[in-house]
Design a protein around this ligand. Structure first.
Ligand SMILES: *[C@@H]1O[C@H](CO)[C@@H](O)[C@H](O)[C@H]1NC(C)=O
Ligand SMILES: *[C@@H]1O[C@H](CO)[C@@H](O)[C@H](O)[C@H]1NC(C)=O
Ligand SMILES: *[C@@H]1O[C@H](CO)[C@@H](O)[C@H](O)[C@H]1NC(C)=O
Ligand SMILES: [Zn+2]
Length: 312
């Protein structure tokens, strides 16, 4: 049985989950230090992606931003073409107009959105994290990772390893904002900083974009398309993150049983997370069930991997 995202409770828990894992990557975890015990400051500083000169020339800044990245105007963005839907909160889908084509509220898919795959394939959001390496140790096929900019610049060595091993990396925004709820400028900031994190770390710019919480509508699409990005959604949700809850509404056995059922139809895109050890351990079990005959998102649809690859 497919578990439904259940309004307030599950949505706000996803929010909490994502914030707590982002804290590991936050440069100034003011007030949150007590839970930021895993990575000593020195070790993090030693492995951070250097802030490149071309980005200083462009932004006037010298350091990677925190959770709320500044909006840097870009001359190719045309604001006239962006619909002006009222920003909305995740818990108020009743206020969302049908014509906005919201995925998370109405399961609406844009004409250029990818949401399934000709081969049943795993995809991983919210990394890179220290747990990602355990997953990389096990993967024998090429997979797709949607990374957060703020985590990329904290773990460039893990990013480089994904790249070296031939995995496809897409954008998952800079710091996991729920995009339908924020201004056009703040959406642009989330996208541009995630692209700069990938370019500064991996010398390439992304083609594929997964919206946090599946939060995408035609206002968000009108912006992400101007960056050449194509949205990637999913048709199979593991709800793997819910295993981290004290009163998890699902069990590992139930999730694995869903995977066995999906495996019978042989097609689809599975949503998973490489941000914690628990979800990575589950991902390895799911991989063992499905096997390694899987595709990256670009292989699913016969598309390109990156918009541009620079010589590093
Ligand atoms: C949406 O934005 C409002 C106003 O900024 C804020 O109070 C609310 O917490 C946001 N909700 C979500 C789910 O991000
Ligand atoms: C990507 O990085 C290169 C330097 O390697 C720089 O010249 C280029 O302007 C950057 N482009 C973007 C879109 O970040
Ligand atoms: C999943 O499907 C593949 C391909 O059809 C098959 O080889 C594999 O045995 C299946 N796994 C399970 C657990 O049924
Ligand atoms: Zn996410």
């Amino acid at each position: 049985m497919k578990m439904q995202l259940n309004g307030v409770t599950l949505q706000s828990i996803i929010g909490l989950f994502c914030v707590s894992q982002l804290v590991q990557g936050e440069a100034n975890p003011v007030g949150l230090k007590q839970i930021d015990f895993q990575f000593p400051v020195l070790e993090r500083a030693a492995t951070k992606t250097p802030f490149p000169d071309w980005l200083t020339a462009f932004t006037g800044l010298k350091e990677w931003p925190g959770l709320d990245p500044p909006y840097i105007p870009l001359d190719f963005i045309n604001f006239d073409g962006i619909p002006d839907y009222e920003p909305y909160d995740q818990n108020h889908c009743n206020l969302v107009p049908r014509e906005s084509c919201s995925f998370d509220c109405h399961h609406c898919i844009g004409h250029d959105d990818v949401y399934t795959c000709s081969k049943l394939s795993q995809t991983f959001d919210d990394g890179p994290s220290p747990s990602t390496t355990k997953l990389l140790d096990q993967l024998e096929h090429k997979s797709t990772f949607f990374n957060l900019g703020i985590n990329i610049v904290q773990h460039p060595e893990i990013y480089h390893r994904m790249q070296r091993e031939g995995h496809l990396i897409g954008s998952h925004t800079w710091s996991h904002a729920y995009l339908p709820n924020i201004s056009n400028e703040k959406i642009i900031a989330q996208i541009e900083w995630s692209i700069w994190a990938m370019n500064a770390t991996g010398s390439h710019t992304p083609k594929w974009f997964r919206p946090p919480y599946g939060g995408i509508d035609d206002r968000v699409r009108a912006i992400t398309r101007q960056f050449g990005l194509q949205a990637v959604l999913w048709d199979h949700d593991t709800f793997d993150w819910s295993l981290l809850l004290n009163n998890s509404p699902t069990t590992e056995q139930e999730i694995l049983q869903n995977v066995v059922n999906w495996n019978k139809s042989k097609t689809g895109l599975i949503l998973e997370h490489d941000s914690t050890e628990k979800t990575v351990d589950l991902a390895i079990k799911i991989n063992q069930l499905i096997g390694d005959d899987q595709s990256t998102v670009s292989q699913c649809v016969g598309g390109i991997d990156y918009i541009k690859e620079f010589l590093s």
